[in-house]
Design a protein around this ligand. Structure first.
Ligand code: NDP
Length: 309
C-alpha cells in the first residue's frame, strides 16, 4: 500500500525520509507520480487540486499537512465518507506560541516606533505600559490559541480569549460567540487571530470589528488571511485606529509583489511561517492514524467536514 503526498510548499524529500525511517515498507508517491491508484491508502496533502482525491478506490484517510484544513474544503470538495485528520503536534504548538509571543511583545514594547526612530538616529524614550496593563485578546482558544494565551498570561499580560463554546478556564477568561465578540474586542489592546477559516469566520475582521477595538490597538494574524477584509485592515492602519499589524497570512499567498502590505509602514510581515509541521512527528501521527482507520477506529484529530474544522 502507498501514501500519496501533495504540496507545493512542503519539501517531499523531508517527508519521504521520515516515512522511510518510520515505515520502510510503505511506498511514498509524490503527485503526479501516483503509480497504481488502487495502492493509495493515505493522501497527505496541502491544497490538493480539485477532484485529485476522487480516483483512489482504496483511500482510507485524508491527512492535512497542517493544523488548518480550509485548503481541503475549498473548490469541489472531498470524496464522501473518507475520514479527514489534521496535525496537532507539540512542535507545531511550540512554534506558534513563539510567534504569538514575538508578535505580542513586538507590539507591546513599541518596536515598530523604535525601528522608525533608529532610522532617524532619534534617541527618544517612549512611555511603556506594563504587560499586566496590556489587554491581549486571542481569537480562537483551541490547541494553538489556548497554549498561546497561557504563554502570554505567564508573561503577565491581561489575556482573554474568544471561541464558540465556553472554556471555563481558571486563568483565561473567555468570551463566547457572536454575542461575546463586541465586549471582547472592546477590551483588547493587542488582538491575536488563531481561528480556523470556516464560512463563519471568513471576513470576520472587517471595518466594524476593527472599530470596536480601542484606538491604536495592534493586530497579530497567524490564523488565515481569509479572516481579514484586507482593504478594511489597511484603512484601519491608515487612520491610526490600528497602530500596527504583524501578519503571517494573507488572502493571496505568496503575497503578490504589488500588494500594499509589503511596504506599509504599519505592517510587519512573514511568509506564512508562524508554525511549520515537523515531518518526523507529523509522520508518526499519520502512521498512527492509518493504524486506527485500518482497525475501524476514527483517526486522532478528526475534522468534522460540516463544521469546516
Ligand atoms: P482548533 O480547532 O484547535 O481551535 C480553533 C478554535 O477556534 C476553537 O477554540 C474554536 O472554538 C474557535 N472557533 C472556531 N470557529 C469559531 C467561530 N465561528 N466563532 C468563534 N470561535 C470559533 O485549531 P488550532 O488551534 O489547532 O488551529 C487554529 C488555526 O491556526 C488553524 O485552523 C490555522 O488556520 C491556523 N494555523 C496557522 C499556522 C501558520 O503557520 N500561520 C500554522 C498552524 C495553524 P471552540 O473551542 O468553541 O470549538
Amino acid at each position: 500500500m502507498a501514501i500519496l503526498f501533495f504540496s507545493e510548499v512542503d519539501d517531499p524529500d523531508e517527508w519521504r525520509q521520515a516515512f522511510a525511517a518510520q515505515c520502510p515498507d510503505m511506498s511514498f508517491r509524490v503527485w503526479p507520480d501516483i503509480g497504481d491508484p488502487a495502492d493509495i491508502e493515505v493522501a497527505l496533502v496541502w491544497h490538493p487540486p480539485d477532484n485529485a482525491l476522487d480516483q483512489f478506490p482504496n483511500l482510507r484517510l485524508i491527512a492535512s499537512l497542517g493544523a488548518g484544513v480550509d485548503h481541503l474544503f475549498r473548490g469541489t470538495g472531498l470524496p464522501v465518507g473518507i475520514p479527514v485528520s489534521r496535525i496537532v503536534d507539540r512542535s507545531l504548538t511550540e512554534q506558534m506560541v513563539e510567534y504569538v509571543v514575538l508578535g505580542t511583545l513586538f507590539c507591546h514594547r513599541q518596536m515598530p516606533a523604535y525601528m522608525v526612530q533608529q532610522k532617524q538616529a532619534n534617541w527618544q524614550l517612549l512611555r511603556q505600559p506594563l504587560g499586566r496593563d496590556r489587554r491581549v485578546g486571542v481569537l480562537g482558544l483551541g490547541e494553538l490559541g489556548m497554549a498561546s494565551a497561557r504563554a502570554l498570561k505567564a508573561l503577565q499580560f491581561d489575556v482573554a480569549g474568544w471561541s464558540r463554546s465556553p472554556k471555563n478556564d481558571a486563568e483565561i477568561p473567555d468570551y463566547v460567540g457572536t454575542e461575546g465578540l463586541k465586549d471582547f474586542l472592546a477590551r483588547t489592546d493587542i488582538l491575536v487571530c488563531l481561528l480556523p477559516l470556516t464560512p463563519q469566520t471568513e471576513g470576520l475582521l472587517n471595518a466594524a470589528q476593527f472599530a470596536r477595538l480601542p484606538h491604536g490597538a495592534s493586530f497579530v494574524n497567524a490564523g488565515r488571511g481569509g479572516h481579514v477584509v484586507e482593504g478594511d485592515l489597511l484603512a484601519a492602519l491608515d487612520s491610526g485606529q490600528l497602530n500596527h499589524a504583524m501578519l503571517d497570512v494573507f488572502q493571496a499567498e505568496p503575497l503578490p509583489a504589488e500588494s500594499p502590505f509589503w511596504s506599509h509602514p504599519g505592517v510587519t510581515l512573514t511568509p506564512h511561517v508562524a508554525s511549520i509541521t515537523n515531518a518526523s512527528s507529523g509522520t508518526a501521527l499519520v502512521l498512527e492514524n492509518l493504524q486506527r482507520v485500518r482497525a475501524g477506529d476514527a483517526p486522532l484529530y478528526e475534522v468534522v467536514p460540516s463544521e469546516g474544522y
